[in-house]
Design a protein around this ligand. Structure first.
Ligand SMILES: [Zn+2]
Length: 483
């Protein structure tokens, strides 16, 4: 169940303060598409950069690349998306309304039907006499439709192409070249932060399921035996991880040490990456999380290990997936070798092999909404986002108490001196209380007020967003005070 009021309150601030809003709004909302506004773009950019600053450095030889968002049909044949990237659909025979079959069943019967066959779903629809929610009409049999956006590229040859439904393929098709560029070192990590597109049957829950969205994905290419080792494993050996094992879901979340997961058979390298994912979210101040293991029916057959990182959303009152870690073995490069005819094999010390892949994947938009949801605060007199500094749209706002008597000039002087080193926002309009409220609503951690005392003793007031406590600081100490 969704906590409507909380969700609505967050959305209200998002609209009012330019965090995000429906796309092409003046023509009516365009379902499944959202635009980030002036404030949201800052938060998103800072979140992406925080991801980069963390994951590009979890080990040596990790690099970011920027492949095309449009790729030809052959890529998607090789990847398996042409055949398998589908959702089950039923259509109302009367009003032609389309439903995602498993979600329709889930919304009515309150249990999960993910991964059922068409026949099984038809059976359930028949048994429970499920009809169109809109008009009561009879529903068609279940059929699978592909979710990729397709079109022709060029005017004469008419090459069929697709908008990428995930960024990962860009790393696989470029592996060979990047391996050479990076001096034939392995492990090699290729990261992509960029757009992906899926023609969802029922986009919903705001930023949660969109037709155009941003992913941050890291593919790490390794020797087959590397999965069992990681040079830094000891640094996380005793880290406790909240895990729900596929075979023991009834037992709920178990706190397991990294070393205990390894003892169960998961490779040290894989567990190391799980730990890094967990620490990344902990670094953002996120606490309520679990690694949810997919079972054999749910996970893709080529994924040997598959844990989703799910985080508790107050707005939805449930855990939802925001990231995942997949050990994909040599599936991707083998498929591309087969379909392109290019050898993906490499030779290390006389041993030839096709590299294996561990994939770390993140939904940026979901993470952004997670931050808003986790850090939304409501007090008697104010609502605000207690966003961590790494992702706040600005670090501080600068306020002249009044716009006269030299105070505004002094404030501008401080603003100009500091803005090179930090993200600052200058606000001189309205009462100081109003200005605090506006800044709190978009999550600015500090407020700097320049008043009459500043002119006398070169001190300013710093106000802390969360505690609202204020203290006097000398101007030359201001920079340190904001760190
Ligand atoms: Zn209908």
């Amino acid at each position: 169940m969704q906590d409507k009021s909380r969700y609505d309150k967050i959305m209200e601030i998002c609209l009012k303060r330019g965090i995000f809003y429906p796309s092409s709004e003046i023509y009516g909302a365009f379902a499944g598409f959202y635009d980030y506004g002036s404030i949201g773009s800052r938060i998103k950019r800072r979140l992406e950069n925080y991801w980069r600053s963390y994951f590009l450095k979890i080990e040596e030889n990790i690099h970011e690349i920027q492949p095309s968002e449009i790729m030809p049909e052959k890529v998607w044949k090789a990847s398996g998306h042409l055949q398998h990237f589908t959702d089950p659909v039923v259509v109302c025979k009367k009003c032609k309304m389309r439903y995602r079959a498993d979600e329709l069943l889930e919304s009515i019967l309150n249990e999960s039907f993910e991964g059922l066959s068409e026949k099984e779903m038809d059976g359930i629809i028949k048994k429970h006499k499920i009809k169109c929610l809109k008009c009561g009409g009879e529903l068609s049999n279940t059929a699978h439709i592909n979710l990729m956006f397709s079109f022709e590229v060029g005017f004469n040859s008419g090459v069929k192409a697709f908008l990428r439904p995930e960024t990962a393929q860009g790393s696989y098709v470029n592996f060979k070249r990047e391996y050479k560029v990076n001096r034939e070192r392995i492990p090699l990590g290729l990261a992509i932060v960029g757009k992906a597109f899926r023609n969802e049957i029922s986009p919903r829950q705001g930023l949660f399921r969109m037709r155009e969205f941003t992913q941050a994905e890291l593919q790490i290419f390794i020797r087959p035996e590397d999965i069992k080792e990681h040079p830094d494993f000891d640094s996380i050996r005793n880290l406790e991880m909240p895990v729900v094992l596929a075979e023991k879901r009834k037992e709920g979340i178990k706190k397991m040490k990294a070393s205990e997961l390894v003892a169960m058979g998961y490779g040290k390298r894989y567990v190391y990456y799980m730990a890094k994912i967990l620490e990344f979210f902990q670094g953002l101040g996120i606490e309520k999380m679990r690694f949810w293991e997919k079972n054999e029916e749910e996970k893709a057959f080529y994924n040997k290990y598959h844990f989703d990182l799910e985080v508790w959303f107050n707005s939805y009152s449930e855990y939802k997936e925001v990231a995942a870690c997949h050990y994909r073995t040599d599936y991707d490069l083998s498929r591309h070798q087969k379909y392109s005819g290019e050898k993906m094999e490499i030779n290390k010390g006389g041993v030839k092999f096709i590299p294996h892949v561990v994939e770390l994947t993140f939904g940026i938009d979901r993470m952004l909404f997670l931050l808003l949801d986790s850090f939304y605060r409501e007090e008697e007199k104010r609502k605000y986002f207690a966003l961590p500094k790494q992702v706040a749209p600005y670090i501080a706002a600068v306020y002249p108490l009044v716009n006269k008597n030299g105070i505004d000039e002094k404030a501008l002087e401080i603003y100009e001196a500091l803005k090179k080193d930090t993200e600052l926002f200058y606000d001189s309009s309205g009462s100081i209380g109003r200005r605090y409220a506006r800044a709190d609503e978009i999550g600015i951690p500090f407020g700097i007020t320049i008043d009459y005392d500043t002119l006398k003793d070169n001190t300013v007031t710093i106000r802390d967003r969360d505690s609202t406590k204020q203290k006097r600081v000398r101007i030359e100490k201001l920079k340190e005070a904001l760190i």
